[in-house]
Design a protein around this ligand. Structure first.
Ligand SMILES: [Zn+2]
Length: 324
């Protein structure tokens, strides 16, 4: 067991990790509204993150870009017609805590939404413990710029040290514009990102329901916002917010979860503007297709010999918000 409670990252990021004990969750799928029971099970080094549908003969779907299905309001994986929907918050928690290998056993087609954030996963995993494995962790080291543009939406990944994220949002008021800048490698994911909840506008609810979405939404699983009009300022319907910039922090949470589908933790710099699941996963697919854009590398080889006495402080809150 490596991690005292409250510590965000494993103390030995050069190695792979799994969870120490199985953990159980149950709840409702945000979009399908189905009831789901889910179990996180420790997995051997080198096996990655694998979903397993216990209701379909334990059919397995590895969490990789190859298995990304249609993506709009949530990220879904599909393999030979078998679906796992809304994977992003759980995957974000696993990457945020440095869990490389795990089996996610689930008895239905959608990961439970819980409180709309990654916090329930993070608390349970940190309370139960994370286990260091013998195998050295391979990072997806970015070698050249890869960008995806769609009108005013943009996402790009660039060579750089650590795993830095610059995310800018621009929603209708009262959410408006905001920016978050931080580095997952050095920052405190558990406290600064994991608690940020998903959100939606009350005015979009009927349209989303007509599309067969958000059948499982409730006031306790998402921040509900009303849009500002010329006559009346919009507001948060079920406050208080957990952070004044909770919306952009949630987009960072989603980004980390979606980029987990690259199959390895990113070693580079990510910039996103007005992006969402479709842009996040498009970047993963473009990245995986361009074999010259990255290399698998052991992140700490070059510093391990010299930096033993000056390990970076893993609990210092280097993630910070910068308001536009
Ligand atoms: Zn989300």
């Amino acid at each position: 067991m490596c991690c005292p409670q409250g510590s965000s990252l494993p103390s030995e990021p050069q190695f792979e990790h799994t969870i120490l004990h199985p953990l159980e969750f149950s709840g409702t799928g945000l979009h399908s509204g189905v009831h789901v029971a889910m179990r996180l099970i420790p997995a051997p080094a080198g096996s990655g993150i694998v979903f397993r549908r216990s209701d379909l003969d334990n059919y397995e779907i590895p969490a990789t870009g190859r298995n990304v299905a249609k993506v709009s309001y949530a990220t879904s994986l599909m393999r030979q017609g078998v679906l796992i929907s809304t994977t992003e918050h759980l995957l974000s928690a696993l990457i945020g805590l440095g869990v490389d290998n795990i089996i996610v056993e689930i008895d239905n087609l959608e990961v439970p939404i819980l409180d709309g954030s990654a916090l329930p996963y993070v608390e349970a995993i940190l309370n139960s413990g994370i286990k260091r494995q013998r195998r050295k962790r391979e990072y997806l080291k970015i070698l050249k710029d890869v960008e995806v543009r769609d009108g005013s939406k943009f996402i790009g990944v660039y060579p750089g040290d650590g795993y830095s994220i610059h995310y800018a949002i621009d929603f209708p008021e009262p959410i408006g514009r905001d920016t978050f800048i931080g580095d997952l490698e050095a920052g405190d994911y558990a406290n600064l990102i994991a608690p940020a909840r998903t959100f939606g506008f009350r005015e979009d609810e009927a349209m989303l329901r007509d599309m067969g979405l958000i059948r499982g939404v409730s006031d306790s699983s998402a921040i509900i916002v009303t849009r500002s009009t010329p006559d009346k300022p919009g507001s948060v319907q079920n406050g208080p917010l957990r952070f004044s910039d909770e919306f952009v922090r949630h987009k960072v949470l989603d980004l980390i979860g979606d980029l987990a589908l690259a199959g390895r933790r990113i070693w580079g710099r990510v910039v996103a503007e007005r992006a969402g699941h479709a842009m996040h996963t498009a970047l993963v697919q473009r990245l995986l297709q361009d074999r010259s854009a990255w290399v698998l590398a052991h992140r700490y080889d070059e510093v391990a010999a010299t930096a033993e006495a000056s390990e970076p402080s893993l609990s210092s809150p280097l993630l910070h918000a910068s308001h536009a």
